[in-house]
Design a protein around this ligand. Sequence first.
Ligand SMILES: C[S@@+](CC[C@H](N)C(=O)[O-])C[C@H]1O[C@@H](n2cnc3c(N)ncnc32)[C@H](O)[C@@H]1O
Length: 629
Amino acid sequence: MVAQPLHCVDNGELGSVVETEKEKSPKGKVEPVVSSQRRTSARIQATRQRAEKEELVRKRVELLDESEEEGSNKRTSVYSRRRVNVENVSDVVEERKESEDFVPSEVVKPAGEVVKANFGGQNGVVCGGGGASEKSVFARVKETLRLFNKHYLHFVQEEEKRCRKKRVDKKSSRSSKSKKGNAIKADAKKKAKRPDLKAITQMIDSNAVMYPEKRIGDLPGINVGHQFYSRAEMVAVGFHSHWLNGIDYMGMSYRKEYGNYTLPLAVAIVLSGMYEDDLDNADDVIYTGQGGHDLTGNKRQVRDQVMERGNLALKVQFVYGRVPQSISEIRGLVCEDISAGQEDVPIPATNLVDDPPVPPTGFTYCKALQIAKNVKIPTNASGCNCKEACVDPQTCACAKLNGFDFPYVRMSRQVGRLIEAKAIVFECGPNCGCGSNCVNRTSQGGLKFRFEVFRSPKKGWAVRSWDFIPSGAPICEYVGVLKRTEDLDSISENNYIFEIDCLQTMRGIDGRERRLGEVSVPTINNTEGSEDQKLESVPEFCIDAGSTGNIARFINHSCEPNLFVQCVLSAHHDLKLARVMLFAADNIPPLQELTYDYGYALDSVTGPDGKIQQMECYCGAADCRRRLF
Ligand SMILES: C[S@@+](CC[C@H](N)C(=O)[O-])C[C@H]1O[C@@H](n2cnc3c(N)ncnc32)[C@H](O)[C@@H]1O
């Protein structure tokens, strides 16, 4: 038996890269590890008509594919020009390091500063020195997927608008028998364009596919256990080069470079959930080969798969952990719910590190922000006049503030996915006409996933999710006591302070990376070195989760994080008192630790004695900067 690694497997919507091997028959031919012997004779004798139907469906799908490409070609420049720092922070580091006048950014140190300098800065202040000069392949895979998902969410938004328009047009065409009515009907008949396919095209057109050439063996940056959210993501990275076919293979045209191999040779295999004998129970995957099923989606075989073209089969093993199905299955449980019933979904804490295992202590869980006595919250903004849920960005006053568009696309009934990181997000508030189901209230609905607080060997407590989290999904708000920065205790150490530096980030103060994007923000005086600016270089307010806080206080730092910080305004419109939200930057598989970039500048933190403090970083990222501060 010759073992050769392939890369494989998608179970439709969510899949995993797994270690694979294919077996050779004595003749050296590649044969399935799992045979398709269970095919019944009835199926073998499936009628010619059904086979023809399959062919017809395939042709239609291919046509759709082609038309998608035409459609999305036109939009290349629209999105590729945008730079959003959440996915480009490392580019910026490199660019800045190369520039002669780049001085590692510093966070202002107020007198008697404790450990708090720009912790959790909105944009991850760029730190100089210490980092690897080459971006790791893992970081590049992440960036490629982030770019793909950004395109995807934009196209989803475009599609939402198209559907909305279609509904409106349909209504008006019913009441109109005029030429215009007919034109609207014709327009409505136009094919829907799949956002994922458009996003793939966008990636291909802009040469953004990370591995555009097929290759044998594993792809650097994609480890065993990596999970893809969709087939399209696999194409965007170059893991599997077709969004529909189950098997991606090198045919005879690869004879020149791969003459030593027996061709055709499969390079990646995905499960589509369309074959009745395929099995995906997470630990084991059985793949029965491509072809022979009914493309109408009813999971029925119409004939046996044939051992031809890329029909190679494989045996797979998954290596990631298992999500507990009930409380009794949780290993190392030390607390059933750290929120003590405050959150809709309980948050268990586990400890497999300490002996004896102890639960997290020294804080009081609090779901909502507490306001210090000397902080005055501004009066509520006027809001929009929409009814039930905001749908039309042209008429909604809140959408207008976000650049005449909603920042979210719908993920479920009440929750949205943030399309991209923005300088600020304006959500609907108490004076808006819409209700709680409005997608423009995404950050206000509490926790949406099953989180666990767990003890890590080197970083103290940490957070992970039992559910898969799609990129752009809301994680949680950073909750604690909203205080004046000047009121912080300068003697005792406090690792749980989050400065609200939305304004400073918008101004790019102290090396903070500005976020672009159309938002309507209160006038900001940008004159370099102005008194006004100097005064406001220190965030006036912060959130102290030292003794009171929610799950956010347990989320650790990473130099390659999977979350990002987003300032949100909902009730009032004062940037200095913006709410601090964490969103998923990537599609996050279950049990992966949740992290964001704390954004400290190196040597920016001083202790009560005025001496610079240092903290080693244990994030474990390939491009780790080695120090938190
Ligand atoms: C907001 S708390 C995070 C939760 C914390 N681990 C706990 O046990 O409560 C921030 C502190 O966690 C630790 N921490 C977070 N990320 C870390 C990292 N990448 N490396 C080392 N320590 C980290 C540091 O002690 C830091 O001051």
